[in-house]
Design a protein around this ligand. Structure first.
Ligand code: GLC
Length: 804
């Protein structure tokens, strides 16, 4: 099996050593405020604040991997009567390389390559809080001969309205404009904008070296009426570029730098900047700063410190190397990316505006960063609450720039319910997680408007955060169907099961149960026993309805259709058993002990594979409008019985809740992407992040992953591992320690920042019990039970736990 790279834990990098990965592997730089992704051959999709309405580079993922996408750099030197032209990124010239490494780092990508005797070492990143991409190049002559070298970085722009770029080939090219600004010392700044934004926003591209010429028109750069190609641009065979300021067409930014004769062993540095500002004047001030190499180094160090601080919120040392790698570096990193980009922009989710920020997705994502970045989580929670409706339900998604919300795919189906049964309930879990992490109960009193607007566009109602939570559970309580179970709405977590109006969802029932547990816990903590009793009553009523009506014999059913018939039952031909129908009654505490065990055993028997747990079986075998989107997929793909990884950690959590550490860990380990590094020909995606889905054994390409990076798997795998397997659980009153680990483990260590103190936790499992805490010493003193209280801020506290 081919191997495409390795993990370098010391530098917190994954190093790709063969550029011909089965699909592009990417990394994120910057944030949604300014940033995007860079692929391992240097292509980049960059936007500011919104990939749909303010996109900067043109990156078309559907084109073959060999194609230019967004940005590259060419090097050239004279070879006889022509120039030898090549790209140190491999793409788009595809030359034979002597060395290639792409270091996928925390917030940066560094590519080191050797072609034609030139070593290029380029680091690509966005300085923290800044609106520019920096590419910091070093070119070293390793050939043994002097080389007279030219460097030509090139960017291709898109119209900022990303979809228009592809739907209107008349208006878009007529509007695109470029011009040059000659700055000090021969340095050029290329300015680009669509005509209507000329006086408001400009894109710019510049470097820290004099450029002798430039090009801004793609056709002229590629030459021969664009029969010149990105692999071999005709424009690069001339001594100078055309110095053409485009007044229409496909705009690029190319700068020709004569680096002069580079002697053997000599290195030249070139720093490029691609950014967006309000005006040329504003640009000048900022770009000059990063022409100074020391300022670039300092910005890079600042970014490294951000990640140090972020990651040290939790560090683990378990007997499992792959788990350590994920929990210490890649999983919290992926959580940061998902909370930033939701499901908006990746190689698979193309950011054209149909989606924006998903309500349920982001509510789950924030739980993954809670220990590391609670303030960021809080900001996002407030944003989400502002798209909750006055009736307690939520809009499915919203655009982060305009804050305009909508009802998602339900708009496309005539007569379908205009809400999703689950969206609003997730926010209750997210807020509870925030409160437990921070103890910031004052947040509950903060007022946030509901989304509903009057004619002038002003919100008609405002409520406290606590009121938002109450209305969320209230909406589900009062929107039930024939069995007294919550209505499905257009769909629940499983977007693709779209039953007729009137259908009921057991998933929503369970999620409601879990949300009620949080409401009860919070009410007790606040001393509001009346509220606690009320919610306990609702909880008991729903628990009884679930158990009276939804047990199918060996597992719980998943839905009741509008006519009262079950889906997720032995009685069905397709979709007999659904995994979320089994994990969630355990998480909600609804399942009785016998049923909980049996339901999870049914999952193991019917749904488990060596690559993860399938969402359901048997897969639907053809389009069925009465079931909806799920039947658009062939069996074994995505929601139709694929291994939809997001649902796997919930089974891990359920097994841990039942005390089965062996099974919980087995499920964790079998989906750990790190372990796929040796199976890339099958898996294909990045081994340093969770993908959303893997084809199941009901599909001929079993094991093939897709939709990497932006998935709820990141947040839940992290929560499952740290809070359920390792069992370090934030509560209102401190950290509860309740591990559920494989019996063979001797124990583990964990460092956890919590409420301003550092908890240095050491868990000993010398008796190999796997579950149960016998004693806890806090700073040398024994405590009763397993709840370590909130400890003195600013100090490191030693917590010694003995299992037994
Ligand atoms: C996608 C969606 C998510 C949904 C899941 C299952 O990941 O982003 O909201 O829950 O699919 O359908």
């Amino acid at each position: 099996m081919a191997n495409y790279g390795y993990f370098d834990d010391r530098n917190r990098e994954y190093v790709i050593t063969d550029p011909k990965t089965p699909v592009k592997w990417i990394n994120y730089i910057g944030t949604l405020a300014f940033g995007g992704f860079v692929d391992h051959t240097g292509g980049a999709l960059i936007c500011k604040s919104d990939p749909a309405l303010n996109r900067i580079t043109k990156y078309i993922p559907q084109l073959p991997s060999s194609e230019f996408k967004g940005e590259t750099l060419y090097l050239r030197f004279r070879a006889g009567d022509r120039y030898q032209v090549f790209s140190p990124y491999f793409v788009p010239t595809l030359d034979r390389y002597d060395r290639y490494e792409c270091h996928v780092g925390l917030g940066y990508t560094r590519i080191v390559s050797e072609f034609h005797g030139i070593r290029t070492d380029v680091t690509i990143f966005v300085p923290p809080g800044d609106s520019r991409v920096i590419r910091d190049y070093e070119f070293t002559n390793v050939s043994g001969q002097p080389i007279e070298l030219d460097a030509v970085p090139v960017v291709e722009y898109t119209h900022p309205d990303a979809l228009k770029q592809f739907t209107n080939a008349d208006w878009v090219p007529q509007t695109m404009q470029s011009r040059v600004h000659d700055d000090q010392h021969g340095i050029k700044i290329l300015i680009q904008y669509p005509f209507m934004r000329r006086d408001i926003t400009i894109n710019y591209f510049t470097s820290n070296q004099p450029a002798s010429s430039f090009e801004t028109d793609r056709a002229r750069f590629l030459g021969d009426h664009e029969y010149g190609t990105w692999a071999n641009p005709t424009g690069l065979q001339a001594a100078e570029l055309g110095n053409y300021e485009a007044r229409r067409g496909d705009n690029i930014a190319a700068l020709l730098h004569h680096l002069g004769v580079v002697q053997p062993g000599e290195t030249r540095r070139l720093i490029t900047q691609l950014g967006q500002e309000v005006s040329v004047a504003a640009t000048l001030l900022l770009v000059r700063r990063y022409r100074d190499e020391r300022k670039v180094d300092a910005a890079f160090d600042k970014m490294a410190r951000f990640w140090d601080n972020y990651l040290t919120a939790m560090q683990v040392e378990t007997p499992d190397v792959n788990m350590n790698r994920m929990l210490n570096i890649y999983n919290p990193r992926q959580c940061h990316v998902t909370q930033n980009w939701s499901r908006y922009l990746s190689l698979y989710q193309l950011g054209f505006g149909a989606r924006g920020i998903g309500f349920r997705d982001t509510a789950q994502d924030v739980m993954g960063v809670m220990a590391h970045a609670p303030a960021e989580a809080r900001t996002l929670i407030e944003m989400l609450l502002s798209v909750q409706r006055g009736n307690g339900s939520a809009f499915h998604q919203f655009n982060p720039l305009t804050m305009i919300a909508d009802a998602g795919d339900s708009r496309e189906v005539e007569g379908a319910p205009d809400y999703y049964g689950d969206d609003h309930l997730w926010i209750v879990l997210a807020i509870a997680a925030y409160l437990k992490e921070t103890g910031d109960l004052a947040f509950l009193d903060k007022t946030v408007p509901y989304y509903d607007k009057d004619r002038a566009g002003h919100p008609v109602e405002t409520g406290t955060v606590l009121d938002h939570m109450r209305r969320a559970v209230g909406f589900t309580m009062s929107n039930v169907g024939a069995h007294g179970l919550p209505l499905l709405g257009f769909a629940d977590w499983n977007d693709t099961v779209n039953l007729r109006a009137g259908a009921e969802s057991l998933f929503v029932a369970h999620l409601y149960g879990k949300a009620l547990l949080e409401m009860i816990d919070l009410a007790r903590h606040m001393g509001d026993s009346a509220a606690a009793d009320r919610y306990t009553g609702y909880y008991a009523a729903m628990k009884a309805r679930v158990n009276d009506q939804a047990w199918d014999g060996e597992w719980y059913v998943r839905y009741f259709d509008a006519d009262g018939s079950p889906l997720g039952s032995e009685a069905n031909t397709y979709g007999q058993i659904y995994v979320n129908g089994q994990s969630w009654p355990v998480i909600a505490g609804f399942a009785t002990p016998d049923r909980a065990r049996q339901a999870l055993d049914s999952v193991y028997l019917r749904l488990n594979t060596r690559n993860g747990i399938k969402l359901s079986v048997p897969g639907f075998d053809g389009w069925d409008p009465t079931r909806g989107g799920i039947t658009t997929y062939p069996p074994g793909a995505k929601e139709n019985g694929g291994i939809f990884l997001h649902a796997n950690p919930w089974v891990i959590m359920a097994e841990a809740l039942l005390g089965n550490g062996e099974r919980a860990f087995e499920y964790y380990d079998q989906i750990n992407p790190v372990a796929k590094n040796d199976k890339i020909d099958e898996f294909e995606c990045e081994p340093y992040v969770y993908p959303q889905n893997v084809l199941s054994d009901d599909h001929p390409q079993f094991g093939l992953a897709r939709n990497s990076w932006l998935t709820g798997t990141a947040s839940w795998a992290y929560q499952a591992a740290t809070q359920y397997i390792l069992g370090i659980i934030p509560t209102y009153d401190g950290l509860r320690i309740d591990p559920c680990i494989p019996r063979c483990w001797d124990g583990f260590r964990l460092l956890r920042r919590f409420r301003g103190a550092v908890y240095q936790i050491e868990v000993k499992n010398s008796d190999h019990v796997g579950r149960g805490v016998r004693s806890v010493l806090v700073d040398g003193k024994p405590i009763q039970g397993n709840l370590v209280p909130v400890l003195k801020e600013g100090k490191v506290h030693k917590v010694k736990v003995v299992m037994g």
